[in-house]
Design a protein around this ligand. Structure first.
Ligand code: MRU
Length: 424
């Protein structure tokens, strides 16, 4: 199995492949991307399809796949006349070429509306296209290639810096409270290596906690002991992807469903209320929960944060427990400086099937069963609800900044001023 969501190379041949995350954690299969968006039978598998179909997901990963898909299509268009002709590019006329490229990029931006990183990355490519000092297709290609490669490198470094800044916030918070002993954290969705260029945002902070603040490594009177990832219905990015990443990294965790957090937290943080229920003895850690750490798909100017559906309710739970701090972690590419408040964030509604059907691996003798024809893990899609019913499936919700204690980016960790306002 692999923790690398995106593989791009520019030489000797330009190629982009993505880990098919619909099949993780059952198997690791990479799919080649040859274009920006589908076009008749000319293209095979495009960035648009990979993003819209959730083969690749997670705001930073979506941005990187989108930008690399632009590079791949440009390379093919500039080197394969029949491909460029079939896609309606006119490579003999630079202005016409740019117009067609912009049309294709605009289509790509529509693939997933809530995560702003894709639009931010594509808009930067659009400003390269608008740069009048570039006058040839090959110069334009080189500029977009180096922009995309840098974006990938910068995203990785940002994740490391987010991990470090989040760690500092947690240390400062616990020191200020004179906290002692073990603590646990909760997260939702997948925000790890698979959602980014590597390391991850919220999960990157948890990786840092495990590395620098575990019982063995801490230099403080407190230490990180346990993680609770929510399974993250309907698509189960928590149980399929985050649980897989945590297991891979040997970070102690217990998977919970999305409707368990309040009961779990009350047991951990108010054990006196549950003395007669004997629930705590069934948990592998009794460390109180001190931080809920989430990623984001878009953070707007006032700090309102769009993230996977279910994040808002976690923030509401955290408000009931003074000792729990709610942290949003994201790179600057996730910040939408053009939108004032969360009310203007477009929420993506996803197909009903995602809620009524589930794709999973067949199990035989406690192992993944193998399909004898293909040699791959045998996958099955089964329905879990009656046919022909009304279903509501918004993919994201918005957590108001009032419920957020800290936003962590690669630059710093940011808390609110005395008026309760973030200054991003
Ligand atoms: O629908 P997804 O799987 O793309 O949603 C991903 C999330 O909500 C993540 O938490 C978010 O993109 C942050 S990724 C570092």
């Amino acid at each position: 199995m692999s923790l690398q969501a995106i593989k791009f190379q520019s030489s000797p041949k330009v190629s982009l492949s993505i880990l098919n995350q619909l099949q993780v954690p059952y198997q690791s299969k990479y799919l080649n991307i040859d274009s920006i968006a589908p076009f008749k039978d000319v293209t095979t598998f495009s960035g648009y399809e990979a993003i819209k179909g959730m083969y690749t997901r997670g705001a930073p990963a979506i941005m990187l796949v989108g930008c690399f898909a632009i590079v791949v299509e440009m390379d093919k268009v500039l080197n394969d006349e029949s491909f460029s002709h079939a896609l309606n590019y006119d490579i003999s006329n630079y202005e016409n070429f740019k117009t067609r490229l912009l049309e294709r990029i605009d289509e790509l931006i529509q693939s997933r509306p809530t995560a702003v990183n894709l639009a931010n990355g594509c808009n930067q490519i659009k400003s390269i296209i608008a740069d009048s000092s570039i006058t040839t297709t090959s110069d334009l290609y080189s500029r977009i290639l180096s922009f995309s490669e840098n974006l990938y490198k910068e995203d990785f470094q940002s994740n490391i810096d987010i991990g470090n800044n989040g760690l500092q916030y947690i240390i400062e918070t616990l020191k200020a409270e004179n906290f002692k002993g073990p603590f646990s954290v909760m997260t939702i969705c997948n925000t790890g290596s698979l959602a980014t260029s590597g390391h991850g945002t919220a999960l990157g902070i948890i990786r840092h906690l495990n590395q620098y603040l575990s019982k063995e490594t801490t230099e403080y009177p407190f230490y990180f002991e346990h993680t609770y990832p929510c399974e993250t219905r309907p698509y189960n990015q928590g149980s399929r992807l985050t649980a897989y990443e945590l297991q891979y990294e040997k970070i102690p965790f217990t998977l919970i469903t999305d409707n368990m957090p309040s009961f779990l937290i009350d047991n951990l943080n108010r054990p006196e209320n549950h003395q007669n229920q004997h629930i705590l003895s069934t948990l592998s850690s009794n460390a109180p929960l001190r931080f809920i750490i989430v990623g984001s798909d878009r953070i707007v100017k006032n700090g309102d944060l769009a993230n996977k559906i279910g994040t808002f309710q976690l923030s509401l739970i955290s408000k009931l427990y003074d000792e729990i701090k709610f942290i949003g972690a994201a790179p600057i590419t996730t910040i939408d400086y053009n939108t004032e408040s969360g009310i203007d964030i477009k929420i993506e509604e996803r197909p009903k099937d995602e809620l009524t059907m589930v794709l999973g691996a067949k199990i035989e003798n406690n192992k993944f069963a193998i399909d004898s024809k293909t040699g791959d893990v045998a996958l099955e899609r089964v329905r879990m609800a009656p046919l022909d019913i009304d279903v509501w499936n918004p993919s994201f919700d918005v957590t108001p900044h009032e419920n957020i204690d800290c936003i962590v980016t690669e630059k710093s960790y940011i808390t609110k001023d005395s008026n309760g306002e973030f200054h991003l």
